[in-house]
Design a protein around this ligand. Structure first.
Ligand SMILES: [Zn+2]
Length: 310
């Protein structure tokens, strides 16, 4: 099953994949995108990499990924309630599950949240005693996150900040890669910023899962702001090219069944009784293919880190 609908366009244009460099093997127009935010980009056309299968839009020159900010975080939020007040119990359980795992896997507590958004996760990490810092390309969001978490939040593109090597034990990249025009330099920088043995967590929605494959061109993730939509192979390529080893992958949800039940029960009256079925759906696999599209990867920088010279 493949989503490649058309041969490369008549002009012979075959843009190169921003992950593996292979040429696009085809393209399609998303049926999920309803209102293109960026008229310069025109209709939302995705190219399909002939190598790793990444679906990608052509990014405008100088595109920095900040197009996501106004979509994901509407302006009203700037003066809205703090994330701790907004975030319900399901977010609290989610953040705790992630931080539990960081405590088990990471060699220390210096944490960088890449694409820290409204600072919800930063605040949770700081409360747990992590030495947490954030970075966001959006100046508005960087300011919000600073105010709301009390953490240092850098504004800009991470590779351009030039932070000292080996500054962090753990880096979190949660639903951010989809907006990043140049993911390869970002991951190489993450590798440089991690201590040897440090951990990088990446959560994304993957097009080669069963539900997106069934939804085809109508998959909701093919939105105007989704610059790069990953396959598991794309993620593996990205990890390998940045010198990070995939340690584990967790499809569906990181919550334990017990925590998932609590979260669902708090969300709606139906959620509690339905939770066993929903949890099963999130974890179901058909052969090697998961049903749910979201998956979390834990990558590790080898103890004898590349280029560390120690
Ligand atoms: Zn590729």
């Amino acid at each position: 099953m493949t989503l490649t609908i058309e041969a490369p366009d008549a002009s012979g244009l075959r843009p190169a994949c921003p992950v593996c460099g292979a040429s696009a093997a085809g393209s399609f127009e998303s049926l999920a995108a309803t209102a293109p935010r960026d008229t310069a980009r025109g209709a939302v056309r995705f190219f399909c990499c002939g190598g790793c299968g990444l679906r990608f839009q052509e990014a405008a020159p100088g595109e920095d990924g900040s197009v996501y900010a106004e979509v994901e975080f509407p302006r009203e939020m700037v003066d809205g309630p703090a994330p701790s007040a907004r975030a319900g119990v399901s977010w609290r359980l989610f953040d705790e599950a992630v931080l539990d795992r960081f405590e088990k896997l990471a060699p220390g507590r210096r944490l960088l949240d890449v694409g820290s958004g409204d600072g919800r996760f930063l605040a949770a990490a700081a409360r747990r005693g992590f030495d947490a810092q954030g970075v966001d390309v959006s100046p508005v969001l960087a300011e919000i996150a600073r105010k709301r978490s009390g953490a240092t939040v850098w504004q800009g593109s991470l590779p351009k900040l030039g932070l000292p090597a080996g500054s962090f034990d753990v880096v979190n990249i949660d639903l951010v890669l989809v907006y990043v025009p140049e993911p390869a330099p970002l991951l190489r920088e993450v590798e440089r910023l991690l201590v040897p043995g440090g951990v990088c967590r990446i959560r994304e929605f993957f097009v080669d899962s069963l539900r997106p494959r069934m939804a085809r061109l109508r998959w909701w993730y093919y939105s105007d702001t989704a610059l790069r939509v990953y396959t598991r192979r794309s993620l593996a390529q990205l990890a390998a090219r940045s010198g990070l080893a995939i340690e584990r992958s967790i499809p569906g949800t990181e919550l334990s069944f017990r925590a998932f039940r609590v979260a669902m029960a708090k969300k709606s009256r139906l959620g509690g009784p339905l939770s066993p079925a929903l949890y099963w759906m999130k974890k179901a696999r058909f052969g090697p293919t998961p049903l749910a599209a979201d998956c979390t990867y834990y990558l590790r920088k080898p103890a004898a880190g590349r280029g560390e010279g120690r």
